[in-house]
Write a protein that binds this ligand. Structure first.
Ligand code: SF4
Length: 252
C-alpha cells in the first residue's frame, strides 16, 4: 500500500514538473510559429528531443523491463490521435521525400481514411488498420518525428500487445509504463495549454486523416494559426485536445 502511494506521488510529481517546465517554453515556441519565424517541424523536433531525454530515463520495474523493440509493430495498428502541429510537421517532413514515396503514402492515407469512414472512434479503435507509416519490416517510416501518442507507448509486456492485436474487440489493454504515460501526457498537456495561450487550434485528430489534409489543403496551417478547426475534413476529432479536467482546473 505504501509502495503504491509512493508511486502515485512519484507519477504526479513527474507529470507536474514536466508540465510546469514545458508550458512557458511551448507558449513562446508556438508564438514564433504563429509569427512565421519557425515551422511546425522546427517546433516538434525541439519538443521530441526533450521528451526523448525524459522518456529514456524513465525506470522500469526490474521484473518488467521495456518490451518494445525495433521491428515490432503491433501497437501501430491502434488509432493514433495527433495535435495539428504534429500532422503539419509530418507533412513538412514528407514534402522532402521523392515523388514516388509521397504518392505511395498518399495512397495509403486515402485507403485508411476510406476504410474507417463513418465509424465511431471506439469502433475505429478495433479495426487493426495498419498505420500508413508502418513499413513492411514493421519499422516506423517517420521514427524521428513520430507523434507523442506513439512515443507514449512503452510496453511492459509483449504478450499483452500480441493478444490485444490478435483479439482487438476483446478489450485487452496493453500493459504500459505509467511513468512513461505520465511524462508523455505532460508534454501533450503543455502543447494544448500553449496552443490555447496563442489562440491556436488545440484539437486532436486521427493521424491518417490529419496528415492527408495537411498534405492536400494549403489553408490548413492558416486555419490552425487562427484558431479554426485545422482539418475540417477529418472525422475523428477530440476538441478538448486530450487535456484532463484536473489539469485544466489547475491552470485555469
Ligand atoms: S507513426 Fe510510426 S510509431 Fe506511430 S503508429 Fe505509425 S508506424 Fe507506428
Amino acid at each position: 500500500m505504501e509502495d503504491e502511494s509512493n508511486l502515485d506521488a512519484g507519477v504526479r510529481h513527474l507529470h507536474m514538473s514536466i508540465l510546469n517546465g514545458m508550458v512557458k517554453h511551448q507558449t513562446s515556441a508556438f508564438a514564433a510559429v504563429k509569427a512565421g519565424k519557425a515551422t511546425p517541424l522546427n517546433q516538434v523536433i525541439r519538443v521530441y528531443l526533450t521528451s526523448d531525454q525524459v522518456l529514456s530515463s524513465v525506470p522500469y520495474p526490474p521484473e518488467q523491463p521495456l518490451a518494445c523493440e525495433a521491428g515490432c509493430g503491433f501497437c501501430c495498428h491502434l488509432t493514433v490521435l495527433v495535435h495539428p502541429n504534429e500532422a503539419l510537421a509530418i507533412a513538412e517532413h514528407v514534402a522532402g521525400w521523392p515523388a514516388e514515396m509521397q504518392a505511395g503514402l498518399r495512397e495509403r492515407l486515402e485507403s485508411n481514411v476510406q476504410a474507417t469512414k463513418g465509424l465511431p472512434l471506439a469502433t475505429r479503435e478495433v479495426t487493426n488498420v495498419p498505420c500508413a507509416f508502418l513499413r513492411e519490416d514493421q519499422s516506423c517510416g517517420i521514427y524521428p518525428i513520430r507523434p507523442m501518442a506513439c512515443r507514449r507507448h512503452h510496453s511492459l509486456n509483449l504478450d499483452s500487445c500480441i493478444k490485444a492485436y490478435e483479439s482487438p474487440t476483446a478489450g485487452i489493454q496493453n500493459e504500459m509504463s505509467i511513468l512513461a504515460i505520465a511524462a508523455s501526457d505532460a508534454f501533450m498537456a503543455s502543447t494544448v495549454l500553449a496552443l490555447e495561450a496563442n489562440g491556436m487550434d488545440h484539437s486532436r485528430f486521427e493521424m491518417n486523416a490529419a496528415v492527408l489534409e495537411a498534405l492536400t489543403n494549403p489553408a490548413a496551417i492558416k486555419r490552425w494559426k487562427s484558431g479554426k478547426l485545422t482539418f475540417p475534413s477529418a472525422e475523428h476529432v477530440d476538441r478538448t485536445g486530450g487535456l484532463t479536467p484536473e489539469v485544466r482546473a489547475q491552470y485555469g
